[in-house]
Design a binder for this molecule. Structure first.
Ligand SMILES: [Zn+2]
Length: 504
């Protein structure tokens, strides 16, 4: 059946039998509902992804979250659907007790209140000033119940710019997908308490600038009040504290020429993240969600593969393999048994954060769907941590493999430069690495192999360095000096062997 005839059939069905159910549910619920609908052909996903927030696609079955307004649009487009019963929780999410923040052996099987969350971040920064710096990224949209976006930097000199890769972990932009929120807090605790002990944690903290933003949509998570997660919602809120029905993971700029793919202005939380991506130079990032269990890698927006497709597959598979090894059979096998998927192959989304970070900032971001249940019962949080602890640490360590170095001018001043892997990187994918202009350092994450680099900076002669070897688990250091292009020189100089190449 063609998609055209499907729409007609769907319209007839809607008129005959389904509209009643849809209507009732629409009127009964003023908040988002989970719906299930059927497609005949994957090409219909292109329209569907613009109408509702797709959560999962398996064969021809689509599960999505839809707000009342989106249901209206769906109806207008002739779709029929079924509303799934709201997830029933055995008990309300258990909140942490009063002394939780100050208890060094605090339980990780409870959810903090908003105040406890903020207090805990401050406590990490106060208790471990040599390892943590708390960064206030800015206010959320809600002016009635104001919240803030926070990031905690964990590093050996957290206040200083260093020649280190910057890695960003951020969770719960969908406010009701809260497992990652707790995992992020627990990861901070694990890093600061483990520092100086086990060599793995110490090396990660010494050699990486780890940014952790546990809660990217606090208005959504604490929609039901600062003392509960019971009313958590997916969307951002309005300044008046109402459900905005704006999906945070559709609110970023799409690819070039599509600044507002969702038709909404950028929300303050989105702009905050855009600014952070602009001011920092993240080389690797992960964005935690829930509802499914799979690691999703770029692109979500288009079907063509990222130039680093194999690298992305390896990164994602490493996570899934470790998580599967450390958990009972069945975990991280939702979308397919491997536990990983290309975003487009699963379902298209436009305006997602993963593609924004990867496309506009030369970063490498994946979307990690960490638990099948969005708002996980508190007593299951501990196992989710143990299933993903090794994968989390291993993920951060991926920032240490490839080619790294410092690009400077002949006086040793750091330069803003782009680093192209010749024959791999493509302009249309924005995949070139960039230096952090403060230090001039770059970190081009790569699989083992032989690579040629082209280094370019405005006003300087570009330079090509050939035959750089990358060894498994290590970073090859290539420091580069560029000369001003005012003097007449050939525009491209090829150096057969790197001037200075060492393996770290
Ligand atoms: Zn999500």
């Amino acid at each position: 059946m063609s998609s055209h005839s499907l729409v007609i059939v769907a319209m007839i069905l809607a008129a005959v039998s389904f509209v009643g159910a849809g209507e009732d549910d629409f009127q009964a619920s003023r908040s988002a509902v989970t719906i299930e609908l059927e497609i005949c052909d994957r090409s219909e996903l292109e329209q569907l992804t613009r109408l509702v927030s797709i959560d999962d696609v398996r064969g021809h079955e689509v599960r999505a979250t839809a707000t009342p307004r989106q249901l209206e649009g769906l109806r207008a487009a002739g779709w029929s659907w079924q509303v799934l019963p709201a997830a029933t929780h055995a008990a309300e999410p258990e909140m942490c007790n009063q002394g939780w923040v100050d208890d060094i052996d605090r339980s990780w099987t409870c959810y903090p209140s908003y105040q406890q969350y903020e207090a805990l971040l401050h406590k990490f920064a106060v208790d471990h000033p040599s390892l943590c710096r708390l960064v206030d990224l800015g206010p959320s949209a809600n002016l009635v119940h104001p919240h803030r976006l926070w990031a905690l930097i964990v590093s050996d000199r957290p206040g200083e710019e260093e020649n280190e890769p910057e890695v960003l972990l951020t969770s719960s932009m969908h406010g009701d997908e809260t497992t990652g929120f707790i995992l992020m807090l627990r990861l901070i605790d694990h890093l600061v308490r483990g520092y100086g002990g086990g060599s793995e944690v110490t090396a990660l903290v010494d050699e990486t600038e780890i940014w952790i933003n546990p809660l990217a949509n606090p208005d959504g998570t604490y929609f039901g009040g600062n003392g509960t997660l019971a009313g958590a919602i997916r969307s951002y809120t309005t300044s008046g504290g109402e459900d905005s029905e704006v999906d945070p993971n559709r609110n970023f700029p799409g690819f070039i020429g599509d600044e507002h793919p969702d038709g909404n202005p950028w929300w303050p939380e989105t702009e905050t993240m855009m600014l952070l991506a602009e001011t920092e130079t993240f080389v690797l990032s992960a964005n935690f969600h829930g509802g499914v269990e799979v690691v999703n890698y770029p692109w979500d927006t288009v079907g063509r593969r990222h130039p680093d497709d194999l690298w992305f597959q390896t990164l994602s598979q490493d996570w899934a393999d470790l998580a599967q090894a450390d958990s009972p059979p069945g975990y991280m096998t939702n979308v397919n048994n491997s536990g990983i998927t290309n975003g487009w192959d699963w379902y298209e989304i436009d305006g997602g954060r993963q593609d924004f970070m990867t496309f506009f900032h030369g970063g490498r971001e994946v979307t990690i769907e960490i638990s099948e249940t969005k708002l996980l019962p508190s007593d299951e949080l501990d196992e989710l941590w143990s299933w993903n602890r090794r994968a989390l640490l291993d993920f951060i360590a991926h920032a240490q493999q490839g080619i790294r170095g410092v690009v400077s001018d002949r006086d040793g001043e750091p330069l803003a430069a782009t680093i192209e892997v010749v024959g791999v990187d493509r302009e249309e994918d924005g995949s070139m690495a960039r230096t952090d202009p403060d230090i001039g350092d770059f970190h081009r994450l790569l699989l083992p192999g032989l690579y040629d680099l082209r280094i370019e900076a405005s006003g300087y002669h570009s330079r090509e360095i050939q035959g750089i070897a990358v060894i498994d688990g290590e970073a090859t250091v290539v420091d580069v000096v560029l000369y001003p292009s005012l003097v007449r020189r050939p525009s491209r100089r090829v150096t057969p062997n790197p001037v200075k190449t060492t393996t770290k």
